[in-house]
Structures are given as structure tokens and as C-alpha cells.
Design a protein around this ligand. Structure first.
Ligand SMILES: [Zn+2]
Ligand SMILES: [Zn+2]
Ligand SMILES: [Zn+2]
Length: 334
């Protein structure tokens, strides 16, 4: 039997199609394997001239900018989807709206080691990446043209990564993207009726229920959401209510680093180093969403293809129930 389930935040429906039930070993595997080195990699130490000038870097021994000796670098994207220079003039052609392609597009090079990943680099290095995200968001927030900053990661070619060296991306946008708007609107509606944050309610229910709990650390929980679009979709949420990622505390970043590494190692074990996308959803920059929105991380292993049905309906067809995904990930200690 299939089951239709509704996401309590966005109201989006998914079909958990247990008739087509897939176990972790049933997915066609496109495992990610990164060779120890690549002499033409622009993100490796010694190749700093292949990127634009760094915006931020952690250099524990005080080496010069744009030279080796760093643990982490943030550089402008070589092929930005949006550019920083210019004015935001919104105009249109009658019915149609358009505006100049203003934004910022940065790359966070997470480690100097070509073959390390977020699963292998260690908690302290992951924590440093999380701090770099925070620092960049806090800086870009000062630019009043930006309404939203999305942080995401494509791991593996099948998930859209064009370079294998571990990195994340940040894009500052002059608009709030629709996926975020849907979550914010849904959370606002829930708050209007119940005077509670829907994400806090989810954490409470999942913690009591345990069926979809994967793991937790002092400040964070990892769950399989009730109505996941994709098999093994995993959310990590801070236990403390907070709308903006960049307002988290030092222990929360440490806790997130630990849980993130743990979840990625579990996925590597169960799904044989899958390609994945990771993203951070945080409240829009100017939105007074403090009471009802709750920042979180979503991790989506790339195991299925989105096809005609999904495009046509916005319904997602998921062959693995979140209860099964959670059970498998719970048992798989990395
Ligand atoms: Zn490299
Ligand atoms: Zn909350
Ligand atoms: Zn989200």
C-alpha cells in the first residue's frame, strides 16, 4: 500500500510508495570516490593563483593571503550566478517582472586536503566551516540589497559538484526563494493558530515518538522528516528555538559539527558514499520571523531521479519510508 503524507510545515504532499519499497542496497549506486590528489585542482594549496583573491581564510601560522598555509579559504565563485556590483532596479515588461542579477556567490574551500570530506575531516574542521558560514552571513547581511543568503553543498558529480575538492557555496539573493517562502508562510500559519513554532513541535513529537529519530547530541537532533520528498532525506535541527543560523551559540556549532559528521558517516556506510546535497534553511534577513521560524540543515542523498510525475504535480514519490530510513541510519554507527 502507498501512503499520502503531508508535510506539517509547507503542506506539501508526498507519496510513500511502499509497493516499490527500496532498501538501501536496492538503489543504483553512484558512489563518490575522490583520488588522493589532482594536480589541476584550483582548490589545492599551491594553486591559490587559480582562484580569485580570498575573502576570508584561516591561517593558523599567519601565512600571507593567497598563499599556502591555510585550513580554510573563502573565495568568490569563478562563475558567479549573480554579481555584487550594480543597483537593484526592479522593472518589467508589462506583466513580466525582472531585476538586475545582483547578488554574491562565494565558495568555501573546507579543507586543504584534496581527498577529505565533511565525513572524514574531523569535528574541529567541520566546526570551522560552520563558523566561516556564520562569519560570511554576518558580513553580507550588512548589504541592504540582499533579502536571503542560502548556504549549500553539492557533494559528488551526480549531486551537481563540478569540482571534487570538498567545498560549499553561499549565494546572497535580492529575493526570498520560493522553497524558503513556503516554509516561512507555513510556519507563520502554524504559529497563528497554535502560538508555537512548528519546528519546535516537530522536535517534541519526534523525540517522544522515537520512530523517526536518528541521533542527537546535546544541542541538536537528527530526524527523518514525516513526509520526506526523497529516500534518506535527513533534517538536523537545533533543540533551542532560533530563527537565524548566524545567531547560534558556540556549543550549538560544536554540536552541529559533531552530528553532521556522524550522519554523513552513517550515510556513507549504509548508502556506499552517496552523492548528496546539503543546505541550511534560515529565516529571511529582514523578516521578523523570530517567533515562528526555526533554522535547520537538510541533507538529501542523491538516490532517485525527479521525473515527470513530480514535475507535473509537485508531489514527490518516495520509495523508502522515513521510519525505515531512520531505523537503518540509527543502527549504522559510523
Ligand atoms: Zn584539490
Ligand atoms: Zn522553534
Ligand atoms: Zn527547510
Amino acid at each position: 500500500m502507498s501512503e499520502l503524507r503531508k508535510d506539517p510545515v509547507t503542506g506539501r504532499w508526498v507519496i510513500i510508495s511502499t509497493d516499490r519499497r527500496k532498501r538501501p542496497t536496492d538503489f543504483r549506486r553512484e558512489s563518490v570516490h575522490i583520488p588522493p590528489e589532482n594536480s589541476s585542482c584550483p582548490f589545492c594549496p599551491g594553486h591559490e593563483h587559480m582562484t580569485q583573491h580570498e575573502i576570508l581564510a584561516h591561517r593558523p601560522h599567519g601565512s600571507h593571503a593567497n598563499t599556502p598555509g591555510w585550513d580554510l579559504r573563502v573565495v568568490p565563485n569563478q562563475f558567479p550566478v549573480l554579481r555584487v556590483e550594480g543597483n537593484l532596479d526592479r522593472h518589467g515588461e508589462g506583466l513580466f517582472d525582472k531585476m538586475a542579477g545582483i547578488g554574491a556567490h562565494e565558495v568555501i574551500i573546507e579543507t586543504p586536503r584534496h581527498d577529505q570530506t565533511m565525513a572524514t575531516m574531523g569535528d574541529a574542521a567541520v566546526e570551522q566551516v560552520l563558523w566561516a558560514f556564520r562569519e560570511r552571513v554576518r558580513d553580507l547581511k550588512n548589504d541592504r540589497r540582499f533579502r536571503y543568503i542560502i548556504i549549500f553543498k553539492n557533494h559528488g558529480g551526480a549531486a551537481g559538484a563540478s569540482l571534487e575538492h570538498s567545498h560549499s557555496q553561499l549565494i546572497a539573493l535580492p529575493i526570498v526563494p520560493r522553497e524558503v517562502k513556503d516554509e516561512v508562510d507555513g510556519a507563520r500559519t502554524h504559529y497563528t493558530f497554535k502560538e508555537r513554532c512548528v519546528f519546535c513541535d516537530i522536535i517534541r513529537q519526534e523525540t517522544d515518538d522515537e520512530k523517526r529519530m536518528i541521533a542527537e547530541t546535546g544541542d541538536m537532533v537528527a530526524i527523518s522528516p514525516y513526509a520526506p520528498r526523497f529516500p534518506f532525506e535527513t533534517w538536523i535541527l537545533p533543540k533551542r528555538h532560533q530563527a537565524h543560523y548566524e545567531d547560534a551559540s558556540r556549543p550549538e556549532y560544536a554540536s552541529l559539527a559533531r552530528l553532521l559528521g556522524d550522519i554523513l558517516r552513517r550515510m556513507n556506510k549504509v548508502l556506499q558514499n552517496p552523492p548528496y546535497n546539503l543546505l541550511i534553511h534560515s529565516a529571511p534577513l529582514s523578516e521578523p520571523a523570530g517567533d515562528f521560524y526555526h533554522w535547520h540543515v537538510e541533507i538529501i542523498p542523491k538516490l532517485t531521479k525527479v521525473a515527470g510525475f513530480e514535475w507535473a504535480t509537485g508531489f514527490y514519490l518516495n520509495p523508502t519510508s522515513p521510519e525505515e530510513a531512520a531505523a537503518v541510519l540509527r543502527d549504522a554507527r559510523g
